[in-house]
Design a protein around this ligand. Structure first.
Ligand code: ATP
Ligand code: MG
Length: 577
């Protein structure tokens, strides 16, 4: 491709709304153009990158035995009613009506559609197992679209769905997909960690996420992992062992009584006032889960993990209660306590979830719904409330690995893929069944497997860049090489540049010739910004028979003859493809 003919718009500045590296770089290098929040045009350079990622995904999915299909993007309400998700899927589901006033939605994911495809086509055990996938734009009306392609509203996803006769079949396919995912991300030049993750409110299910580990703000997930064993998990699913702590207050309190604790609104104020460690305080937090108040009890030196709490309640939406909502709850129960003094006593009819840290607490301090007062020397039986113990605790750095007991590490991660054991979550309600050898019917046992194609491209930029621009891994770079003649009016420079261009092209290398009538500095800047893995400069040294060869990833520069440079490029690039 000749640069003078390419549709490229590099900018002097980063887009004004860009907060993270990949959004800044892809915007400034002209890979993406925003149309509306979270909705982008993939310009020609971007589309080349996306097609390369798609092809790697296709090859590995096909190799793993999956078959590609393409399902409709616009979906009718009826199927979503069959699965029960029309009511519960929130505002992320973009709903619309057709001209006949029928309810439709834009596909955010395709479990319902694929299950209906399967139930019409997979009738007998003899046809199973099957794994079907597609690569397609999805639409999710994200509450906070941001970070460019990392969290768009319209984005490209590969979604695969497997159908097996039993759990053992699913387990095998799950392993198969995990291996395929590992290869896919490796081939894309990405280092990923496969981590345990939350699987929503469906008990017993298993899911793993593939995380690109990053130290930038773009990592929206906290990943806990152990350096001494293979444990790793998203914070929404991570568990840990706690170091020993003082959880029996017998040395501080020799009776159980209500005392004045004026102005102790925070745990810090209360523990200072009583001169006790915060491990002797039972903290009560008020959340709103699916519009209803829920009390979460936890040892006060620890924090609640909201996804865990939401799952413990079996909800799909959670947030901390506002001051007004807490006041309303207090009034309803006949109290007037302000936050800081809330407790689980006399909270009949309100769901209470206690973290496992509460179980061992003795002679502790707890709010009793009276402002400026606490109960000291309290024990669980004094609370007059019933609750189950569940792990709802947020793991913190330095706590101990649940597998080997060594301190856990934490880092940020970008979720690029997710694999999930669905079981019969969709096949059962949608009556999607196969007939076994005895003529009996059973729902399929399903798995689903997603990869964010556009997010993977952005994650690759987060992992490969410097202050000058992108450093594309060769396998997904829009082009492999840029040839820069320093002076396009110099006959020898242009002759050598053109010869190298032709030789590389005929060897199957994707090469750009920067034949623009621009200063060399401008061309070099654009080359670095766009992120070509290799740059060949044909300048004055060609009079001595040499071109300059630069590797973008390492900044390594060498002088070669044009023939040596061509040979080296072909060898290096073919080794990766
Ligand atoms: P997240 O937790 O980041 O919102 P998710 O877990 O809801 O994502 P999945 O339903 O697991 O997403 O979708 C499969 C894959 O699609 C994700 O692993 C991710 O790579 C990609 N993806 C999901 N939402 C978006 C988005 N808004 N923009 C770009 N890619 C996305
Ligand atoms: Mg996910």
């Amino acid at each position: 491709m000749k640069m003078s003919k390419m549709f490229i718009q590099t900018l002097r500045e980063f887009p004004s709304d860009a907060e993270v590296i990949s959004h800044k770089m892809l915007g400034r290098a002209g890979f993406i153009k925003k149309l509306a929040p979270g909705i982008y045009t993939y310009q020609p350079l971007m589309w080349k990158v996306l097609k390369k990622i798609e092809n790697i995904v296709r090859e590995e999915m096909d190799n793993a035995g999956a078959q590609e299909l393409l399902m409709p993007f616009v979906q009718p309400k009826e199927l979503w009613e069959e699965s029960g998700r029309w009511e519960v899927y929130g505002k992320e589901l973009m709903r619309l009506k057709d001209r006949h006033d029928r309810d439709m939605c834009l596909g955010p994911t395709h479990e319902e559609i694929i299950t209906s495809v399967a139930r019409d086509g997979l009738k007998s055990y003899k046809q199973l197992p099957v794994n079907l996938y597609q690569i397609q734009s999805k639409f999710r009306d994200e509450i906070r679209p941001r970070y460019g392609l990392l969290r768009g509203r319209e984005f490209i996803m590969k979604d695969a769905y497997s159908f097996d006769i039993d759990e053992a079949g699913l387990d095998k396919e799950y392993e198969n997909m995990a291996k395929a995912y590992k290869r896919i991300f490796e081939r894309c030049g990405l280092d990923t960690k496969m981590v345990q993750s939350d699987s929503g409110a469906i008990g017993g299910s298993v899911s793993h996420e593939f995380m690109v580990i990053t130290d930038t703000d773009a990592g929206e997930n906290d990943v806990f992992y152990c350096n001494d064993c293979d444990y790793s998990a998203n914070s929404n699913h991570a568990i840990s062992n706690l170091p020993d702590a003082v959880v029996d207050g017998k040395e501080y309190f020799n009776e159980t009584k209500i005392i004045d604790t004026p102005n102790t609104h925070s745990i810090e104020e209360l523990s200072k006032f009583l001169n006790i460690p915060s491990t002797l305080i039972l903290k009560t937090l008020v959340y709103i889960v699916d519009k209803k108040p829920v009390l979460a009890l936890i040892r006060a030196d620890k924090a609640v993990e909201e996804t865990k709490l939401m799952n413990a309640v079996g909800g799909i939406d959670i947030r901390i209660a506002s001051a007004a909502e807490i006041a309303e709850l207090m009034a309803e129960k006949g109290f007037d306590a302000v936050p800081g003094f809330i407790g689980p006593n006399s909270m009949k009819g309100v769901k209470i979830i206690a973290d496992e840290t509460v179980k061992d607490m003795k002679n502790f301090v707890v709010g009793i719904n009276q402002t400026d007062k606490h109960l000291i020397g309290a024990n669980l039986e004094d609370l007059g409330a019933k609750f189950d113990y569940t792990d709802i605790r947020l793991v913190e750095r330095g706590e101990l690995c649940p597998q080997c007991g060594k301190p856990l590490q934490v880092t940020k991660g970008i979720e690029v893929g997710n694999i999930f054991k669905l079981g019969t979550k969709y096949s059962k309600p949608m009556n999607a069944v196969y007939t076994d050898i005895n003529g009996k019917t059973h729902p399929y046992v399903m798995g689903c497997y997603g990869i964010g194609i556009s997010r993977t491209a952005a994650a690759a930029v987060e992992a490969h860049y410097d202050e000058h621009g992108i450093k594309w891994p060769i396998a997904i770079a829009p082009y492999h090489v840029v040839i820069v003649p320093v002076n396009i009016k110099d006959e020898l420079q242009m002759k050598v540049a053109n010869e190298m261009y032709d030789a590389l092209k005929s060897a199957g290398i994707e090469v750009v010739l920067d034949d623009r009538d621009e200063r060399a500095g401008v061309k070099f800047k654009d080359a670095d910004l766009i992120g070509f893995p290799y740059r060949v400069t044909v300048g004055k040294t060609i009079n001595e028979g040499f071109v300059e060869f630069k590797v973008r990833e390492t900044d390594e520069q060498e002088k070669y003859t044009p023939e040596q440079a061509t040979e080296k490029l072909i060898k290096n690039i073919k080794a990766v493809l």
